[in-house]
Design a protein around this ligand. Structure first.
Ligand SMILES: NC(=O)NCCC(=O)O
Ligand SMILES: [Zn+2]
Ligand SMILES: [Zn+2]
Length: 461
């Protein structure tokens, strides 16, 4: 059994910052000790670097079918890119199509992922068809480690659930311990506004942002919160972008309700200015919930600082500009929804530390520890402590890099952050003690990553 020592770095977790050596044995963290005390067969020098837990990205969509095409990252390319960006666990969304059993959808996602992943992975289950059978299946999924379920108040005719279906799923999750994750936008009202905009000849990407109004995100967020309250269930609202939705979450949390919110780097760093880029370039930034005017960003940062928002995930859902985003030329509603970002999250959030939006420990909390706790993976994932999986990143906080499609590893022909200069860079990544990225060379392989069953949300126990 090889013993590896990470020597001389600043170990940062959600709760501590300490100069310590980290001993790894048998894929797990064996000990932390004062520098120089421990010895091992192999030593990684982390002098002047941060030693942080591998990122936990709780919201990805590899190979998602959407709008007549598929998200362009496979589990192989997407998890490799995640590793390059310092993320060592993803939780992807298996899809139940209408008329299908949950089991069928989940098995299909296992088949896509198994043997192909560079890093560990889990699944949430998208529930598109709430009926008696589906509700019973939810209990079984919780038992096998798929403990969270996404429902959509948007996309009528595709993923959409009405309020009755949502309430029934929430009641079930209140019983079986599952966590409902909500895409909170009033999709019925949005579809009316889409039709009216197109009838006026408003077809450019920027109209995607105009019809998907902040008030319709806030209204749906409020409705989801109250439905969860009636059901006696906890609630996690995904990809929050509107400040009015943050206010709904803050109010509910002040009332003591177990509601949680996630935002994404695109809402913190990009805006409707990007959606308005000419020559159809705005299509690169079409996602739902949509990018908002800049003034929303300050409220999202504030929400992250005050813990009204708890998690930053990517909602990584890449579509190439050529051939995929282009499906919506002349009709913004046909642009496949989603942005690439699984490789960029840890760096962008480190830049937020540099810019003074959050502290170093909060960086690790929102990107590693809290998503692990929220989705039942802690302390196996999300921290550096004896017994935890040795998912560790050596992070160079000083080197500058320029984000670009020329250099990224995601299987997509553009970067949403093209040309952006950030300070900090992943140097080495270990997944269960195995080097996946070694001094900026890829040393991982497809099939190293394994399905990781999860317990229920650890904020409710
Ligand atoms: N977010 C987005 O635009 N695409 C992925 C699907 C979803 O999360 O709603
Ligand atoms: Zn969504
Ligand atoms: Zn998503």
């Amino acid at each position: 059994m090889t013993r590896t020592l990470i020597h001389g770095g600043l170990v940062i977790t959600a709760s501590d910052e300490v100069h310590a050596d980290v001993l790894i044995e048998d894929g797990r963290i064996a000990a932390l000790a004062a520098p120089g005390v421990l010895t091992a067969d192999r030593t990684i020098d982390a002098t002047g670097k941060y030693v942080i837990p591998g990122g936990v990205d709780a919201h990805t969509h590899m190979e998602l079918p959407f709008g007549g095409t598929f998200a362009s990252d496979t589990f192989e390319t997407g998890t490799r890119a995640a590793a390059w960006g310092g993320t060592t666990t993803i939780i992807d969304f298996a899809v139940q199509s209408v008329g299908q059993a949950l089991r069928e959808g989940l098995d299909a996602w296992h088949a896509k992922a198994e043997g192909n992943c560079a890093i560990d992975y889990g699944f949430h289950m998208i529930v598109s068809d709430v009926n008696e059978d589906t509700l019973k299946e939810m209990d079984l999924l919780v038992e096998e480690g798929v403990t969270s379920f996404k429902q959509f108040m948007a996309y009528p005719g595709v993923f959409y659930s009405d309020d009755g279906q949502i309430l029934r799923a929430m009641q079930r999750s209140a019983d079986n311990g599952g966590l409902i994750m909500m895409h909170a936008e009033n999709g019925i009202a949005i579809d009316v506004l889409v039709e009216q905009a197109l009838a006026r000849g408003e077809t450019d990407p920027r109209y995607h942002g105009e019809v998907r109004k902040a008030l319709l995100e806030a209204e749906a967020t409020h409705r989801a919160i109250r439905l969860a309250q009636v059901a006696g269930a906890p609630l996690y609202v995904v990809h929050v972008s509107a400040m009015e939705a943050v206010a709904e979450l803050a109010r509910a949390r002040d009332e003591g309700l177990p509601v949680f919110g996630e935002t994404c780097p695109q809402y913190l760093f990009l805006s409707t200015d990007n959606l308005a880029e000419p020559d159809f370039e705005g299509a690169k930034y079409v996602c739902s919930t949509p990018l908002r005017p800049r003034e929303h960003q300050a409220k999202l940062w504030q929400g992250l600082r005050t813990n009204d928002l708890q998690v930053v995930s990517t909602d990584h859902c890449p579509f190439c500009f050529t051939g995929q985003k282009e499906l919506g030329r002349g009709d913004f509603s046909k642009i496949p929804n989603g942005l690439p970002g699984v490789e960029n999250r840890m760096d962008l959030l480190h830049q937020a530390v540099v810019d003074g939006h959050i502290s170093r420990r909060r960086w690790i909390e929102i990107a590693c520890a809290t998503p692990a706790r929220m989705f039942g993976l802690y302390p196996k994932k999300g921290t550096i402590a004896p017994g935890a999986d040795a998912d560790v990143v050596i992070y160079d906080p000083h080197t500058e890099q320029v984000l670009s499609a020329e250099t990224h590893h995601m299987n997509v022909d553009y970067s949403a952050y093209e040309g952006r200069r950030v300070t900090g860079r992943v140097e080495t990544v270990l997944s269960r003690g195995v080097p996946v990225v070694t001094e900026r060379e890829y040393t991982g392989h497809a099939g190293h990553g394994v399905f990781t069953p999860r317990s229920t949300c650890q904020y409710l126990n």
